[in-house]
Design a protein around this ligand. Structure first.
Ligand code: 9MR
Length: 391
C-alpha cells in the first residue's frame, strides 16, 4: 500500500487547490460498522452526554491480542494510534512510506463505529533521522515543500476519516528558561521556517483534509505552578492571534499527563477552559494518564488515589461546554510509556498503574471514576453540534 513521495509530490499543486483525489478511498478501509461499545462502560456514559471517550492504541497489540481488541471495542468510542501516524513511522526514509500500522487502527475503528483522531503532523520528536539534517540544509521554500508533501501524504491518505488532527504538538517551550519572546519551543521546524510554521501547518492540513477539525495539542497546562500558568497565558495569547489571522484551527488539545501529587487549582484550570471556549474552540483531553510515583505501593490505596485525581480534573473539565472528548494515553496498565521514562519510574521499582484497566485488562477505580464523571456531566450535545460547524 506504499506510495512514493516523489510520485505523490506531482500531485502537490492539485492538492493545494483541493482537487487531488486521496491515494486511497475511505471505502478501502472497510465499511463503517455499528457502534461496538457497552452502554455501561465509559463510552456508553460519555455518549449519553454528547461526549466521547477513547484511547491511544499501539497497532502491534491491536493486531496480536484478541483480549485487547475486546476491551477497545467495549470501552472506546474514539481511537488513535499512539505512534502510528507519526513521521518516524510513516516516512522512515525519503520516498518510502509505511502506512500498515496506521491503517490497522483506522480499519479497526471504522469496523467498530468509532471516531478517529490523527496524531501528530508537526512535532519535534518522532522525526525520522533524515529530516533534521534535510531541514537544516533547506531554504524556506524547500522546507515548506517538505512540510507540504508530508502533511499531504499522511492527512491526504486518511482524508474524511479523521474527526480531529493534531496539527502541531508541544510547540511551547517547556520547563527551562523561555528564550524566545513568543514562547515557542526551538525545533528543527522553527529553525527552518520561522515562527510562521505553526500557521502554515494549519493551512496545509486544511488543504489536505478540509473536514477534519484541526487541533493544537499541548502538554504541561494542568497543574498549579507559576511556569504552567505562564504557559496557559502564552497558549491563549497565541490562539487569539491565530483566530484573528484566520488560521483554520478548531480544537485545542490538553494532554493531561498528570502527576499524582502535583498541585491542581480548579479555579485557574476552569478559567483556562472557559477562555479557550470563548475563543470558539472545541477542547479535548487528549492523553490522560496519572503518574502514581508519589502514591503508596499498596494497590488499593494507589488505585483510589489515582481515581481521585481523575475525578478532580474531569469534574472541572466536563463542566465546560466546549469540552468534547476525553482520551487516555493507553487503556490498560500494560501499555504505558510511564514505565519506560526515567523521570516517571517509581522509586520502589513497582510498575505504574496510570490507566483505567490493570495489566490483566480488568477495570480499576480509574474506569469507575470516568464513568461517574460522565454520568455527572451536563449534556454537551448542543455544544458539539455548534462546534462541528465552526471553522
Ligand atoms: O507513548 C509514545 C511513545 O511510545 C513514543 O516512543 C514517544 C515518541 O514518539 O511518544 C509517546 O507519546 C507521546 C505523544 O506522542 C505526545 N505527548 C507525550 C506522549 C508521551 O511521551
Amino acid at each position: 500500500m506504499s506510495i512514493s513521495l516523489n510520485r505523490r509530490s506531482l500531485l502537490t499543486g492539485a492538492a493545494a487547490s483541493g482537487l487531488a483525489a486521496p491515494a486511497v478511498a475511505a471505502a478501502d478501509f472497510g465499511p463503517v460498522g455499528r457502534p461496538s461499545w457497552a452502554a455501561d462502560g465509559p463510552q456508553g456514559a460519555a455518549a449519553r452526554k454528547g461526549l466521547a471517550f477513547g484511547a491511544a492504541v499501539p497497532s502491534n497489540l491491536l493486531n496480536r491480542s484478541p483480549d485487547f481488541r475486546t476491551i477497545l471495542a467495549r470501552d472506546c468510542g474514539l481511537l488513535l494510534g499512539n505512534n502510528e501516524m507519526k513521521m518516524a513511522v510513516v516516512l522512515p526514509e525519503p520516498g518510502r512510506t509505511d502506512f500498515a500500522p496506521a491503517d490497522s487502527v483506522v480499519r479497526f475503528a471504522r469496523a467498530h463505529g468509532q471516531h478517529l483522531r490523527g496524531h501528530a503532523l508537526v512535532w519535534h520528536e518522532a522525526l525520522p533521522a533524515w529530516v533534521a539534517p534535510r531541514l537544516a540544509g533547506a531554504d524556506a521554500r524547500q522546507a515548506e515543500d517538505l512540510l507540504r508533501r508530508w502533511i499531504d501524504t499522511v492527512a491526504g491518505r486518511y482524508r474524511g476519516m479523521i474527526e480531529s488532527w493534531d496539527v502541531v504538538n508541544e510547540i511551547l517551550a517547556g520547563y527551562g528558561p523561555v528564550r524566545r519572546p513568543d514562547g515557542l519551543r526551538e525545533t528543527p521546524w522553527l529553525a527552518a521556517l520561522g515562527p510562521g510554521y505553526v500557521d502554515l501547518a494549519f493551512h496545509l492540513a486544511r488543504e489536505a483534509d478540509p473536514r477534519a477539525a484541526l487541533a493544537w495539542n499541548e502538554d504541561s497546562l494542568e497543574h498549579d505552578f507559576d511556569w504552567v500558568e505562564a504557559r496557559r497565558s502564552r497558549a491563549l495569547k497565541r490562539l487569539e492571534g491565530m483566530r484573528a489571522r484566520g488560521v483554520p484551527i478548531r480544537r485545542f488539545g490538553i494532554q493531561a499527563h498528570l502527576v499524582g501529587d502535583h498541585p491542581f487549582d480548579a479555579t485557574k484550570f476552569r478559567r483556562f477552559l472557559r477562555e479557550l471556549g470563548q475563543l470558539g474552540l472545541g477542547i479535548e483531553i487528549t492523553e490522560l494518564d496519572i503518574d502514581d510515583k508519589a502514591f503508596p505501593a499498596d494497590i488499593a490505596a494507589r488505585d483510589r488515589a489515582v481515581a481521585d485525581v481523575v475525578r478532580r480534573i474531569l469534574d472541572v473539565a466536563l463542566d465546560e461546554p466546549a469540552l468534547l472528548n476525553v482520551v487516555t494515553w493507553g487503556l490498560f496498565d500494560g501499555d504505558t510509556w510511564l514505565n519506560d521514562h526515567p523521570d516517571h519510574r517509581r522509586r520502589d521499582g513497582l510498575r505504574q498503574r496510570p490507566l483505567p484497566l490493570d495489566e490483566g485488562m480488568r477495570p480499576k477505580p480509574f474506569r469507575d471514576a470516568l464513568i461517574a464523571a460522565f454520568r455527572a456531566a451536563p449534556d454537551h450535545s448542543a455544544a458539539r453540534a455548534r462546534l462541528r460547524n465552526t471553522t
